[in-house]
Design a protein around this ligand. Sequence first.
Ligand code: PGA
Length: 260
Amino acid sequence: MEYCSKLFSMLKPFIAANWKMNKTIKETEDFITSFLPMVKDVKDVDIAIAPPFTSLASAGKLLKATSIQLAAQNVFYEEKGAFTGEVSAGMLTDAGCSLVIMGHSERRHLFSESNEAVNKKIRAARKNRLEVILCVGETLREREENKTFEVLESQLSGSLKDIMLEGITIAYEPVWAIGTGKTATPEQANEAHTFIKKWLKKQFGEEAGRTRILYGGSVTPENIESLMEEPEVEGALVGGASLNPESFAKIIFGAKRRKK
Ligand code: PGA
C-alpha cells in the first residue's frame, strides 16, 4: 500500500462536473463563458464538464481551445442502428467529447443499468478512444449491513471484466451521499478509496498506479479541501455544486490547495 500511496500522490487532481438533467444550450453557454476566465490559469488540476446530450455540441465548440474535457453522462454500446433514444460513442466524439461518465448510481437504480451493460459501454467508449469515469458505490442499506466492500468489488469486477485500466478513472459515490447534503466523512471516503485501490492493484498490477479515484456525493466548496487531504482521494465528481460557475471554480481552487 505504501508503494501505491507514493505513486498515487503524484497524480494530478481531477475535478469533474456532472450536470445531470440540468441546463439548456443557452444556460450551458452562459456557464462556460463565465467559468473559463475564472480557471484560465489553473494548470495543476484536470477539469471536465458533463452537460446533458443536447448541450454537448455547443459546449464542445466553446471548450475546444481549452484543456477542459467535455464529457457525456451516458453512452450506448452499439455503433448505430435501430436503438431509439440512444447515443453511440462515435456520436459523442463527433460532438467533441473525450470522456464519458459510466454506471452512475442514478443510471443503475432508476434505469436498471447492470454491470454487464456498463462493461459493454466501457468497451464501446474505449474503442472510440473516449476516456471513462466509472462510478461505483453502496446504498445506505448496504452500508448498514456492512456490505460496502462486497458491493464495490462486485461493481468493479463486473464493470471492468476483461478491460484494460488505461483511460479509466473510478468515482466512489456512496448512493446515500448523492444530492442529499450528507457527505461521507473524509475518513469514510479514504477507507473506500483504499479498498478500491488495493482491489485494482491486485487485478491490474502496476497499471493501477495511474488510475485516479474521485469522490462524489455532496461535494461543495466548503468540504473539498478536507476530502482532498485524504491520501487516497485524487479528485471529485461534483453534481449540484457544479451548476454554478463560481461554486465549481471554488471547488477546483480547493482541490488545487491539496496538501500532501
Ligand atoms: P451531488 O452529485 O454532488 O449533487 O451529490 C454527485 C453525483 O451524483 O455525481
